[in-house]
Write a protein that binds this ligand. Structure first.
Ligand SMILES: Cc1ncc(COP(=O)(O)O)c(C=O)c1O
Length: 395
């Protein structure tokens, strides 16, 4: 009899031969702009620690104090006995920060997207989703069993066509629940969704709208509230989802919106109900990080300067880099094998930037996904640009 694991090895061999085998590098210390891997220092150019808060002293002090006071675990789900003061405090802080009536914390962005969408939409619903939305949004829609209508990337004409056809077919007695969902900053492309147009369409066709601010929270907008703030539509979005493990240097995620929304999710979202609550110290750190984001706009300014510097430098080398105001800078290569070769070459030369291949991105669009943070110095970024110049000669 063949070992039943044999079939897994076979599938893995196939993954390897398609140059899609994944592996992890281990960072031997804190998340800083320069990290140690296998005893060597490399410049980290693929972290979502956009404001450099992952090793922030104030946040570390907050974590230690919270652990002393609350211990290390919540011990149960929120609805049983895991709901502690830091969870409640964080939700109040998020609602105040996002200027929404209410907020609910989830254990991660993946949990939040799967948990929110599968609670809001059901078999009788239609979900309109940008073709480049994050995997957790796609999985949420699959879980919901709603009918999925994928629209072309940022194509609001197509969104309106779909909404119009839903309205035409609509059952007057029981209208379909319609949800438009989009990343605000696209995680692999770094471009921004046309939120103004999408919100206007949602209003016109009485649809719910949900925006994933994972890569915009703490980064975009005058006060770091996100792309909704930057584009002036903060009060017009029903569900603002965001993460706490990227620019905020902590862990977890949130749904911000009305009190009706959070009460609905507390009662209906399986990803909220059936999981142990976040450790209380993690919530205390997130609250402090929100305070830092609001009171230290200089961090955002430094990030903005670094974004412009790196994007301009790469463009000057001939790479097709846009001038989006976001820290995610995709350098499109196309072929998966070539992308990984380039990523290894850069790593040997002291630059850690990950190659992104299918299924994370569509076939033929493999890329280096470069990210920049407020913590990178000019010298580091100049070194990155120099090494990209050398690396480009092997393409
Ligand atoms: C757009 C987007 N949404 C959600 C997530 C998931 O968030 P988390 O890492 O907190 O699970 C990510 C990435 O991780 C993301 O890029």
């Amino acid at each position: 009899m063949k070992d039943p694991l044999h079939i897994l090895s076979q599938e893995l061999e196939e993954t390897k031969s398609n140059k899609l085998f994944r592996f992890m590098r281990t960072i031997e210390g804190m998340q800083k702009p320069v990290v140690r891997i296998n005893g060597r220092d490399v410049i980290l150019m693929c972290s979502n620690n956009y404001l450099g808060l992952a090793d922030n002293r104030e946040l570390m002090k907050t974590a230690i104090a919270a652990i002393r006071h609350y211990g290390v675990s919540a011990g149960a789900s929120r609805l049983v006995s895991g709901n502690m003061t830091p969870h409640e405090q964080l939700e109040q802080d998020i609602a105040r920060f996002k200027k929404t009536g209410s907020a609910l914390v989830f254990n991660s962005g993946y949990h939040a997207n799967t948990g929110i969408i599968s609670a809001l939409a059901g078999k009788d619903s239609v979900v309109l989703s940008d073709e480049l939305n994050h995997a957790s949004i796609i999985d949420g829609i699959r879980l919901s069993r709603a009918s999925l209508r994928i629209y072309k990337h940022r194509d609001t004409t197509m969104v309106e066509d779909i909404l119009r056809s839903i309205a035409r077919k609509g059952n007057r007695n029981k209208p379909a629940k319609t949800l438009i969902v989009t990343d605000s900053v696209f995680s692999m492309d770094g471009d921004i969704a046309p939120l103004k147009e999408l919100v206007t369409l949602a209003e016109k066709y009485h649809a719910l709208i949900m925006v994933d601010e994972a890569h915009a929270t703490g980064v975009l907008g005058k006060n770091g509230r996100g792309a909704a703030e930057m584009l002036g539509v903060n009060g017009r979005i029903h569900i603002q989802m965001g993460t706490l493990g990227k620019a905020l240097g902590s862990f977890g995620a949130y749904a911000a919106g009305s009190k009706v929304l959070t009460e609905y999710l507390i009662n209906k979202s399986r990803a909220f109900i059936f999981t142990t609550a976040l450790p209380p110290a993690v919530c205390a750190v997130s609250s402090k990080a929100i305070d830092i984001v609001q009171n230290h706009p200089g961090l955002r300014k430094r990030l903005e300067d670094n974004i412009i510097f790196l994007r301009t430098g790469l463009r000057n080398l001939g790479f097709p880099v846009s001038n989006d105001p976001t820290p995610i800078i995709p350098v499109l290569i196309g072929d998966a094998g070539k992308t990984m070769k380039l990523s290894s070459l850069l790593f040997e030369r002291g630059i850690f930037v990950s190659g992104i291949r299918p299924p994370s991105v569509p076939r033929g669009t493999s890329r280096l996904r470069m990210t920049v943070t407020a913590a990178h110095t000019r010298e580091m970024l100049e070194q990155v640009i120099d090494e990209m110049k050398r690396a480009s000669t092997v393409l």
